[in-house]
Design a protein around this ligand. Structure first.
Ligand SMILES: *Cc1c(COP(=O)(O)O)cnc(C)c1O
Length: 458
C-alpha cells in the first residue's frame, strides 16, 4: 500500500536521511505544547539576535540539533507569550492545547485546501466548524464561507464581494466613486482594505459610548449614493462595544446596501447566552467575520469568513485561467470565496478542538472570560485611585488612574511588562490616555489582576 512505508535511509535522495531531524522537531513541538509560555519572552533588536544566533543559513547546512537549539534558545524567546494568562494587551490569544497539538498534525499532512478536489476531507471538516458559527448567527444553512488568514483579509474579501454585487446590480460605477460607511471606531483594517479596493470611506460619528447607531448612519448616507457597504463592529477592538445592529440592518435594507459585520474579536461571544442578546440584528447581515485565533481558542492564523449567499462571493472571487479549467466549480472551493488560491486547512485546529471539547465547553469558556471581566470591572470601581472609563459590554475594560500623565501610564505599563507580571498597554479614548485590559483567556485569574492593580496604582 503506498504511503504506509516510513521514509528511511534506503529512500535517501537529495535531502539525505531526515529521520533524526523530524524526530527532534516533533519532540520539540510536543514539549512546547505541554509547557506554559514564558511571560518574560520579548522582542530584541535584530543586531542582538544576529549576534546570538549567528549565520543560520550556510551553503553546507548545519546539524539539525544546532539549528533547533538556536530556535529554542534565541528565536522563540524573542517572541511574545500571546497565551500567557496575564497577557491582557491588544487582543491576546488562548489556544487550547488540543488545538495547538492538532495544528502540528495539520502541518504534517500538508493539505492543499483551496479546492474540493484536492482538500475535500479537510474542507468538509472546516465547513462543519463554519456551520456551527452559521447556527450562532441565526443564518440559513445555505450560508457558508471559508477560513482566511486574518480579519484584515476577511474584511477585504467580504468588501470585494459587496462591491462586485453592487456593480452587477447597478451596472456602473456611481458618480463620485464607490464608498463604504463605518465609524472611526471600526478596526484599522477597514480603512486599509478600503485603500486596497480604492474606495472612499464615509465616517459616521459614533455615540458617546462608541456605537454606530441607526439614526447617525441614516444621516450620513443622505447625499452619499456611492456607498455600497456598511461595516458594523460586533465588538470594537478598542472598547469592545457592539454597534446597534438591528437599527443598522433597517437602514441597510432601506438603502439596499450590503451589511458586513466585523466580529473578528467579539463575534465569539455569540456563543455566550449572557452576551447573545446584544447581537440582535446580526441574523440580517450579508457577511461576517470572526477570528478563531482571538477568542475562540485556536492558534494563528485563522479568520472565519461567512456569506449569507456564497454565490455572490463566488462571482466576485473565482479565478479563471486555462490551467484552472479542470477545477470543478460545482463543489465547495474555498479558493472561490476570498482573496486567495493556495491555502492551508487553517480551520482544522479550531474544528478539532471544537469536536473534542464540544460546543458547551466553548460556551462555558467564553462565559468565564465575561465573568472575569465583570469581576475586574467591579474591583476597579472599588479601587479609590482608579476610575472605570465605561461599563464593559464584552470583555474589554477601559480605565484610568486620575492624576497620571501620559508618561506615568507608559512607565507603569513597561515596568509590569518587563517584570513579566502583566501585559496591559495604554490606549486613547476621547483624546485621553487610558488603560485597556482584554480578557479572552479562561485561565486568567481575576484576583491576580486585581491584586496587581491595587498594588501598583496606589
Ligand atoms: C483584530 C481585528 C481585525 C484584524 O484581524 P487580523 O486577524 O489581525 O487581521 C479586524 N477587526 C477587528 C474588530 C479586530 O479586532
Amino acid at each position: 500500500m503506498p504511503g504506509t512505508e516510513p521514509i528511511g535511509a534506503e529512500a535517501a535522495d537529495v535531502w539525505g536521511d531526515e529521520r533524526e531531524t523530524t524526530r527532534a522537531a516533533v519532540r520539540l513541538a510536543a514539549r512546547r505544547i505541554r509547557r506554559p509560555s514564558d511571560p518574560k519572552a520579548t522582542a530584541r533588536p535584530a543586531s542582538e539576535l544576529r549576534a546570538a544566533a549567528g549565520e543560520t543559513i550556510t551553503a553546507g547546512g548545519r546539524p539539525a540539533e544546532q539549528v533547533l537549539s538556536i530556535f529554542e534558545d534565541v528565536i522563540a524567546p524573542a517572541t511574545r507569550a500571546q497565551d500567557d494568562p496575564l497577557n491582557l494587551a491588544y487582543i491576546p490569544a488562548a489556544p487550547t492545547r488540543t488545538a495547538l497539538a492538532f495544528d502540528a498534525v495539520v502541518s504534517s499532512f500538508n493539505i492543499f485546501a483551496g479546492t474540493w478536489e484536492a482538500g475535500a476531507g479537510a474542507i468538509f471538516a472546516e465547513n462543519q466548524a463554519l456551520a456551527w458559527l452559521v447556527s450562532l448567527l441565526g443564518w440559513p444553512d445555505t450560508a457558508g464561507g471559508c477560513f482566511v488568514s486574518g480579519g484584515t483579509t476577511g474584511n477585504l474579501s467580504a468588501l470585494a464581494t459587496a462591491r462586485h454585487t453592487a456593480l452587477r446590480r447597478r451596472g456602473h460605477r456611481p458618480e463620485g466613486g464607490w464608498k463604504i460607511a463605518c465609524t472611526t471606531g471600526a478596526h484599522s483594517s477597514i480603512v486599509s482594505d478600503a485603500h486596497v479596493l480604492d474606495v472612499g470611506v464615509v465616517q459616521v460619528p459614533e455615540d458617546d459610548r462608541g456605537h454606530l447607531t441607526g439614526p447617525a448612519l441614516r444621516a450620513a448616507l443622505a447625499g452619499e449614493p456611492g456607498v455600497f457597504a456598511v461595516i458594523a463592529s460586533a465588538g470594537t477592538t478598542n472598547a469592545g462595544v457592539i454597534d446597534d445592529l438591528s437599527d443598522i440592518a433597517d437602514v441597510c435594507r432601506d438603502h439596499d446596501i450590503w451589511l458586513h459585520i466585523d466580529g473578528a474579536y467579539g463575534g465569539a461571544a455569540l456563543a455566550a447566552p449572557t452576551a447573545r442578546p446584544r447581537f440582535t440584528g446580526i441574523e440580517r447581515a450579508d457577511s461576517f467575520i470572526v477570528d478563531p485565533h482571538k477568542w475562540l481558542f485556536a492558534p494563528y492564523d485563522s479568520c472565519a469568513l461567512l456569506y449569507r449567499d456564497p454565490a455572490q462571493a463566488r462571482a466576485a472571487h473565482s479565478q479563471h485561467a486555462s490551467y484552472l479549467n479542470h477545477i470543478n466549480r460545482e463543489v465547495w472551493n474555498p479558493t472561490d470565496l476570498a482573496v486567495h488560491l493556495s491555502r492551508r486547512a487553517r480551520g482544522l485546529p479550531f474544528w478539532f478542538s471544537l469536536a473534542v471539547h464540544g460546543t458547551d465547553r466553548y460556551t462555558a469558556a467564553i462565559e468565564q472570560t465575561l465573568h472575569t471581566t465583570r469581576t475586574v470591572a467591579d474591583a476597579i470601581r472599588d479601587i479609590p485611585t482608579l476610575r472605570l472609563t465605561a461599563e464593559p459590554e464584552l470583555s474589554v475594560i477601559l480605565f484610568e488612574r486620575p492624576g497620571w500623565t501620559d508618561t506615568d501610564y507608559h512607565t507603569w505599563s513597561d515596568t509590569l511588562a518587563h517584570e513579566g507580571r502583566m501585559l496591559c498597554v495604554p490606549t486613547t479614548w476621547r483624546d485621553r490616555t487610558v488603560l485597556r485590559l482584554v480578557f479572552i483567556n479562561p485561565a486568567t485569574d481575576p484576583d491576580k489582576v486585581i491584586g496587581i492593580l491595587r498594588e501598583t496604582t496606589a
